[in-house]
Design a protein around this ligand. Structure first.
Ligand SMILES: Cc1cc2nc3c(=O)[nH]c(=O)nc-3n(C[C@H](O)[C@H](O)[C@H](O)COP(=O)(O)OP(=O)(O)OC[C@H]3O[C@@H](n4cnc5c(N)ncnc54)[C@H](O)[C@@H]3O)c2cc1C
Length: 399
């Protein structure tokens, strides 16, 4: 196994870099690098530019409008985009419902929804979790009953990320109450403007509106909005989650954050000496850098195995655990680097159009605490790390 990039792969990375530099709006880049929330319009605009270049669905096969890249090209693409401060692609359409529709959707669903995902004509959200049904997702209680040509949905979803922007939701509901837990669950698609759907914001510990509760009260959706076969939703959900977990390690982003951490720690001084040159802090940065390099190599090993035809196994769970822990460590070290300046934190520092006023301490300190609080989420979502460890214990150690 050769883990070095070929000259062609390096040339590809360079082509992506040049294109991003020429096409990423500078104000969007600045907002990404300053860790501010992007507006819906900015996110959509960036996706449309990528799509116009043919790069809207980097992991999609050619058949559905993707570039048909190798896994190495996909990895390099992610890495360059993160380095250059491009917005993270939203997973809900591209990495979640898109691949599910490709594998299990009807021809009509594929023809209609897949091009709309690439152009981002639809903003999708994920309606899986319910109060009391997160890790134990199969205990979900939302009901869908067939009434003539329509499904009637009743129940509640929660933690629905960016549901406030979404016009479409894919969800799991119980269509056969008599069947055992995992059976009797179906996957359905619903237009968020359907009467009976109510969305309520959840404001998280960082002061942001990122997640929501969504209530369904006699919501009628067309019969054809079921994905695949009734009662097969659990298998489709597992397929979807394996895609979600592989992309969740965010290696490219963590590499960019590590560079940012070093920059901050070089500007911050302890008795005139840059923090980065003090042995204690240097050691902590080195430790996380080593972890990140190891994670990247694990990812490359997984890519190499994939290219030689082996299906990804427990590596996806490992990537999720390590990737999320590294992301959290980086936010912790940045807080530590600015010391007391991280305390007077202003959640608005992450909002679009924030009027800076007089910053308390260096400008880069303002979003660090909201980021730190926000990143508590990464070890919870996409299947909590405790659950990932349970899977590894069973699948790898046979416990
Ligand atoms: C910011 C954020 C965004 C999210 N976005 C979405 C979204 O868009 N759509 C969506 O459907 N869901 C979303 N989720 C929900 C997410 O998938 C769940 O929060 C997650 O699966 C955990 O479920 P829970 O919150 O119900 O916690 P619980 O399942 O109640 O778990 C509580 C704690 O107990 C631990 N635990 C539970 N069971 C076990 C076990 N068997 N062994 C060991 N430990 C265990 C967990 O690890 C956790 O620490 C989001 C969550 C967050 C925080």
């Amino acid at each position: 196994m050769d883990l070095n990039y070929t000259p062609e792969e390096l040339a590809f990375a360079d082509e992506v870099r040049q294109w991003v530099r020429a096409n990423l709006p500078p104000e969007t880049r600045d907002r990404v690098l300053q860790h501010q929330h992007l507006s819906k319009e900015e996110q959509v605009e960036w996706q449309r530019r990528l799509h116009a270049r043919g790069w809207g669905g980097p992991r999609w096969p050619k058949e559905y409008g993707g570039p048909g890249w190798t896994s190495v090209q996909q990895h390099l693409f992610d890495e360059v985009l993160s380095e250059e401060g491009a917005p993270q692609a939203l997973p809900f359409g591209l990495s979640m419902i898109g691949p599910v529709l490709m594998a299990y959707g009807s021809q009509k669903q594929k023809d209609y929804y897949l091009p709309r995902i690439l152009r981002m004509d639809d903003w999708w959200c994920q309606g899986f979790s319910e109060p009391g049904s997160g890790s134990d997702l199969a205990s979900l209680r939302m009901k869908a009953e067939l009434d003539g040509d329509e499904w009637v949905l009743n129940g509640q979803k929660t933690w629905t990320t960016l549901g406030q922007y979404a016009n479409m939701i894919f969800l799991l509901a119980r269509t056969d109450p008599a069947a055992k837990k995992q059976q009797g669950i179906s996957m359905l698609l619903a237009d968020m403007s359907t009467p009976g759907i109510t969305l309520r914001p959840i404001i998280t510990v960082d002061g942001a509106h990122e997640v929501n509760e969504v209530f369904f009260d006699n919501v009628r959706v067309p019969k054809e909005n079921i994905v695949g076969q009734p009662g097969m939703g659990w298998s489709y959900a597992k397929f979807l989650l394996s895609h979600e977990r592989t992309n969740i390690a965010r290696i490219g982003r963590s590499k960019a954050e590590l560079t940012r951490l070093k920059k901050i720690a070089t500007e911050e001084k302890v008795e005139g000496v840059p923090l980065m040159e003090t042995p204690g802090f240097r050691e902590k940065v080195a430790a996380v850098e080593i972890e990140l390099m190891a994670l990247e190599l694990t990812n490359l090993r997984m890519i190499a195995a994939e290219q030689s035809g082996q299906a990804p196994g427990a590596e996806a769970n490992m990537l999720k655990i390590k990737g999320s822990e590294i992301q959290q460590t980086l936010t912790e070290l940045m807080m530590e680097a600015v010391g007391p300046y991280a305390l007077p934190y202003n959640p608005e520092a992450r909002e679009h159009g924030w009027k800076k006023g007089e910053p308390i301490g260096p400008e880069y300190a303002a979003p660090l605490a909201p980021d730190y609080f926000n990143y508590r989420k990464v070890t919870i979502y996409g299947g909590s790390n405790e659950i990932q460890r349970n899977i590894l214990a069973k699948a790898v150690l046979g416990l």
